[in-house]
Design a protein around this ligand. Structure first.
Ligand code: NAD
Ligand code: TYD
Length: 350
C-alpha cells in the first residue's frame, strides 16, 4: 500500500506545523507538501525539516486541474490532508473571488483528482476547516457543536462552507473516505502578521498603533497551533469516515482583553514601563459584517478520540510571544514585498 500523503498548504501557518509533525513522527510515510507559495506561504517555515528523507516539496496551484491530475496520476496518494486556502477574512472582503477560486474550485479539483487516482478503498481525504462556517454567536449562546447549522457570514467563511459541503457530498455520492474538522482561531509561531496576534506583536515592538476593530468586544476562542496539529494527527488516523469533528481551546477572549494581556507581557519582555504598549491601542472602523463571537464545543473529539489541548493558554501564549521576539528576521522576510503594499493600503503605513 502507498504510504504517500499529500499535505496542501504546508508552507503556511498551520500547514507547516502539520507537515513538521507528520515528517518527524511518521518516518514510514512519504510526505508531499503542495503549496503555491502565495504571500502567506513561506518555505522558511520548514527550513528545519527541508532535508528530511521523507519530505518532498511541490510548488503548484490547486486551482490548476491538469497539474493536479498529473501529480495524482504519478503518485497515487494514499491520503490527502487539505489545508491550502485563502485564509484572511479582511482580504476576502476586498477580494472575494480569489477565495471562491482557491477554497471552492481548488477543493473540488483535489476531490476529483483523489477520486480518479487516490486510494478510495483504504485511504483518506482530510479537509481542514474553520468554526466560522457556523456563523456568529451571541454572548450567552451555547458553543457550536457538529450539529449546528451552517450560517457563514463572510466571503471567507462562505467559501470554506462551500468546500465543506463538497467534501461531504463526495462522501455521500461516491463513498469517498473523508473526514472534516472545524477549528477555532489558532495562535502560535509562523503565523503571517496580518492576523490579530502576530500583527499586534509586530506593531508593539515597532511602536506602531494597534488597530482594534470596533470596540474590541468581539470574542474568539484561541487554540495553540501545535494542539491543532495534534488533533489533525488523531483525526486523520482514528476519525470515522464521513464524520466532522470540532476542535477548540475552551479559551474565549474578548479582543480588547487579549490585546491588553499581550501589551502587559510585551512591556515586561521589552523592559518598557507599564502601560506603554497599551497606549498604542487605537479603536478603528469595524470590519464589515464582523462576526461577534465564536465558541467551540469539542466534546465529541475528546469523548471519541481522546484529544484535549496539551497546554494552558498562558504557557502557549508566552511561548508564542517569545518565538516572534526571537525571530525578527522571519518577520522581516515575510513582511517584505507584496505584504508591505497590502499593509500600506490597510493601515496607511501606520
Ligand atoms: P495560511 O494563509 O497561513 O496558509 C495557507 C497556505 O495555503 C499558504 O502556504 C499558501 O501559499 C497556500 N495556498 C493558498 N492558495 C493556494 C493554492 N491555490 N494552491 C496551493 N496552495 C495555496 O492559512 P492557515 O491559517 O495556516 O490555515 C490553513 C487552513 O486551516 C485553512 O484551510 C484555514 O481555512 C484553516 N483554519 C485556519 C484557522 C486559523 O486560525 N488560522 C482556524 C481554523 C481553520
Ligand atoms: P483575525 O486574526 O483576522 O481572525 P478571524 O477574523 O478569522 O477571527 O481576527 C481576530 C479578531 O481580531 C477578529 O474579531 C478581528 C479582530 N482584529 C482586530 O481587532 N484588529 C486587527 O488588526 C485584526 C487583524 C483583527
Amino acid at each position: 500500500m502507498s504510504r504517500k500523503i499529500l499535505i496542501t498548504g504546508g508552507a503556511g501557518f498551520i500547514g507547516s506545523h502539520v507537515v513538521r509533525l507528520f515528517v518527524t513522527q511518521y518516518p514510514e510515510y512519504e510526505i508531499y507538501n503542495l503549496d503555491k507559495l502565495t504571500y502567506a506561504g513561506n518555505l522558511e517555515n520548514l527550513s528545519d525539516i527541508a532535508h528530511a528523507a521523507n519530505y518532498h516539496f511541490v510548488k503548484g496551484d490547486i486551482v490548476d486541474r491538469d497539474f493536479l491530475d498529473a501529480l495524482f496520476d504519478t503518485h497515487r496518494f494514499h491520503g490527502v490532508i487539505h489545508l491550502a486556502a485563502e485564509s484572511h477574512v479582511d482580504r476576502s472582503i476586498t477580494n472575494p473571488l480569489e477565495f471562491v477560486m482557491t477554497n471552492m474550485v481548488g477543493t473540488a479539483n483535489l476531490l476529483n483528482a483523489f477520486r480518479k487516482y487516490g486510494d478510495m478503498q483504504h485511504g483518506r481525504f482530510y479537509h481542514v476547516s474553520t468554526d466560522e462556517v457556523y456563523g456568529e454567536l451571541g454572548m450567552t449562546d451555547p458553543a457550536f457543536t457538529e450539529e449546528t447549522p451552517y450560517h457563514p457570514n463572510s466571503p471567507y467563511s462562505a467559501s470554506k462552507a462551500g468546500s465543506d459541503h463538497l467534501v461531504r457530498a463526495y462522501h455521500h455520492t461516491y463513498n469517498m473516505p473523508v473526514v472534516i474538522s472545524n477549528c477555532s482561531n489558532n495562535y502560535g509561531s509562523h503565523q503571517f502578521p496580518e492576523k490579530l496576534i502576530p500583527l499586534m506583536i509586530h506593531n508593539i515592538r515597532n511602536r506602531k498603533p494597534l488597530p482594534v476593530y470596533g470596540k474590541g468586544e468581539n470574542v474568539r476562542d484561541w487554540l495553540w497551533v501545535n494542539d491543532h496539529a495534534r488533533a489533525i494527527d488523531v483525526i486523520y488516523h482514528k476519525g470515522t469516515s464521513g464524520e466532522t469533528y470540532n476542535i477548540g481551546g475552551n479559551n474565549e477572549w474578548k479582543n480588547i482583553d487579549l490585546v491588553h494581556k499581550l501589551c502587559e507581557i510585551m512591556d515586561r519582555k521589552l523592559n518598557r514601563s507599564a502601560g506603554e504598549s497599551a497606549s498604542l491601542i487605537h479603536f478603528v472602523a469595524d470590519r464589515s459584517g464582523h462576526d461577534f463571537r465564536y465558541a467551540i464545543n469539542a466534546d465529541k473529539l475528546q469523548r471519541e478520540l481522546g484529544w484535549t489541548p496539551s497546554v494552558q493558554f498562558d504557557q502557549g501564549f508566552e511561548q508564542t510571544i517569545d518565538w516572534y521576539l526571537a525571530n525578527e528576521s522571519w518577520l522581516e522576510h515575510v513582511t517584505s514585498g507584496s505584504y508591505r503594499d497590502y499593509y500600506q493600503a490597510m493601515y496607511g503605513g501606520r
